[in-house]
Design a protein around this ligand. Structure first.
Ligand code: GLC
Length: 636
């Protein structure tokens, strides 16, 4: 196979122009998406304008000011393309249109124009690992072995010597992400097709150059329409080992883990370089490419996002959201904060010099972070603000998932009738088939179900929370009387206003975008602390990720003597939250209430700065000593 990309690649960060507004003081020589905060919309659940109970584009247009007021720069739209909706649009049957349930292309154009009018950019979700089984490409492919599109998908005969359909006759033992084998038999031809997700999501064969070029055409079509970039669904799964080896057997059955044979497969870098070379390089504008990459390591992320290699601009890691998984995602372990710090710290360090991080705790596939890592009871508001503070002040581009800015919690999920998600429904059915009682199966699913994050956006405390005047396609969150956008606007201490302040800080203080990151107290199980430094400016972020009272002794107190408190999460309406302004750390002692987060800023002279740089090693390796004074702890 000839080398696809003859080495001429454009550097994604070489260009200074961008679709989002640059604010005063921002460095215009830096790629626009490094300054940006992204807001993800899950269209089905955002706002319904026509009363069918399903969100739509008109509904988004009506609510755009919510997003603009927050201050974000980019809107990422989960799929809106025509789809049979087996996986809520991640099963696309036409890449160049809008599903009638969401609207039409004219409404899309209006949405895009309104987003641009507000100085924001639009990123589309591209699902290119697979199509819907209803896509004309797959229907042609399925029509018979001689169809010109047969090779656009992965068709294979049964295992040698086995009858089609016999148990274990699938070409490999791979398990599909949503359960069962990753191969489905087509009785007409007696061959199987590959689907890493559901049988309704057949995998495209990227080995075939016609497939790749058809997909690049789709990208050009949307870019020419004016969109500003793409979030690329499971893009590190598109290169499979063509010899299709079996995977290691998984416990309890005949299926195996095929992921080593398709995660970051043999030609992935070549494919991505080809994509940039053909689609992005010839353009005058600078669309952003964001790759969703389950299973990617930080070393791989460096390669994927190194501008000199011309692949992607940033990738979504899954590592930090797997630390509470046991044997699988349903087997939930309590959060060990040290592991979260180790993971995020490793990605911060790994991408410090080359490449770029994306930062997220929530999306449409994850349970709500307040319920998962915070306290969704009495300290809901504080802990939502604490998690936001930590995330947004790491180095990278932060992503907010709709409702996160309201501190939404997991849903109560009281009946299996409320399950909508294909993954949850399949897992529930699997459990029940194994003899697990329905209540137990539901309890098993509750903490991690993707439905947790897919409940309708609560806009007000009216009927159906202002989401629809019909019947919502999925039951509403349990507590929209308190957690809703209207209530948040009127409360200065709300999670919404805190997100606004965080975004403003990013837009006004270059240390947030560009500053070096140093993790502090890596071995402490309750305190999450780090510094960011750019030239003479330094931020100290220190947060108590627990329900205890805590005291933290800063090692070099003098340094923080004239520090200014730039952000604090205890300024709200929760118990004891009313505008508590902590003193400047006296003698370097920081006292933290449960779920309290403080952000201090200091500037140093050049002479001090040089000394500090020399001391950086010591600072990053503070040691921890615990005393037994009630719930307080001391750090040296
Ligand atoms: C990605 C999407 C998820 C979808 C899957 C298959 O992980 O985020 O929602 O189910 O890919 O397309």
């Amino acid at each position: 196979m000839a080398e696809l990309n003859p080495g001429i690649v454009s550097s994604p960060s070489a260009s200074i122009a961008g679709p989002v507004h640059y604010r005063e003081g921002q460095d215009r020589d830096v790629a626009w998406w490094k300054h940006a905060v992204v807001y993800q919309i899950y269209p089905r659940s955002f706002a319904d304008s026509d009363g069918d109970g399903i969100g739509d584009l008109r509904g988004i247009i009506d609510r755009l000011d919510h997003i603009a007021t927050l201050g974000v720069d980019v809107v990422w739209l989960s799929p809106i393309y025509p789809s049979p909706q087996h996986d809520n649009g991640y099963d696309v049957s036409d890449y160049r249109d809008v599903d009638p349930v969401y609207g039409d292309l004219a409404t899309f154009d209006q949405l895009l124009a309104e987003i641009h009018d507000r100085g924001m950019a639009l990123v589309m979700d591209l699902v290119f690992n697979h199509t819907s089984h209803q896509h004309p490409w797959f229907m042609a492919s399925r029509s018979g072995p001689n169809d010109p599109k047969r090779d656009w998908y992965w068709w294979r005969p049964p295992r040698p010597g086995m009858e089609p359909g016999a148990p274990g006759a699938e070409p490999t033992n791979w398990r599909a992400a949503f359960g069962g084998p990753a191969w489905t038999l087509d009785p007409t031809s007696g061959e199987y097709y590959l689907h890493l997700f559901s049988p309704e999501q057949p995998d495209l064969n990227w080995e075939n150059p016609d497939v790749r070029h058809a997909l690049y055409e789709v990208m050009r079509w949307w870019l020419d329409r004016g969109v500003d970039g793409f979030r690329m669904d499971v893009i590190n799964h598109v290169s499979k080992d063509p010899s299709l080896p079996d995977g290691q057997p998984l416990p309890g059955g005949h299926l195996g883990d095929g992921s080593p044979h398709f995660v970051s497969g043999p030609r992935i870098h070549e494919f991505l370089q080809e994509m940039r070379h053909e689609v992005i390089a010839p353009r005058d504008d600078t669309p952003v490419l964001i790759g969703e990459m389950p299973g990617a390591t930080v070393e791989e992320a460096v390669r994927f996002t190194d501008p000199a290699r011309g692949e992607l601009d940033m990738v979504f890691t899954f590592e930090h959201l797997q630390i509470d998984h046991g044997a699988d995602k349903w087997d939930v372990k309590p959060l060990d904060l040290r592991e979260l710090k180790a993971s995020l710290g490793r990605w911060q360090a790994g991408l410090a010099d080359v490449g770029w991080n994306s930062l997220y705790l929530n999306n449409h596939d994850q349970p709500r972070s307040v319920s998962r890592f915070g306290d969704d009871g009495v300290h809901r508001v504080r802990s939502a603000k604490l998690l936001a503070t930590l995330l947004h002040l790491h180095r990278g581009t932060p992503f907010i998932y709709q409702g996160e800015e309201l501190g939404l919690t997991n849903t109560s999920l009281t009946s299996s009738d409320d399950l909508r998600d294909i993954e949850s429904r399949n897992h529930f059915a699997e459990q029940v088939a194994k003899g697990v009682a329905e209540d137990d199966a539901l309890a098993h699913i509750r903490p991690m179900s993707r439905d947790n994050s897919r409940t309708p956006m609560p806009w007000d405390d009216g009927e159906h929370a202002g989401f629809t005047h019909g019947i919502p396609w999925i039951p509403l969150d349990r507590d929209h009387h308190h957690m809703n956008a209207k209530a948040a606007y009127g409360d200065e201490g709300s999670v919404f206003h805190h997100y606004h302040r965080l975004i403003e800080l990013r837009h006004t203080d270059p240390v947030v975008v560009h500053g070096d990151f140093a993790m502090l107290l890596p071995h402490d199980a309750q305190v999450y602390a780090f510094t960011r430094r750019l030239d003479n400016t330094e931020l100290l972020v220190v947060a108590n990720v627990s329900g205890d009272d805590i005291e933290v002794q800063l090692p070099d107190a003098a340094r923080w003597q004239h520090a200014e408190l730039v952000l604090h999460n205890l300024n709200g309406t929760g118990p004891g939250d009313q505008h508590v302004v902590p003193p400047v750390p006296p003698a370097g002692l920081v006292r933290l209430q449960p779920w309290e987060a403080q952000v201090w800023r200091t500037t140093t002279t050049r002479a001090q700065h040089l000394v500090l740089v020399a001391a950086e090693e010591d600072l990053a390796s503070w040691t921890v000593r615990t005393t037994t004074r009630s719930a307080s702890r001391w750090y040296l």
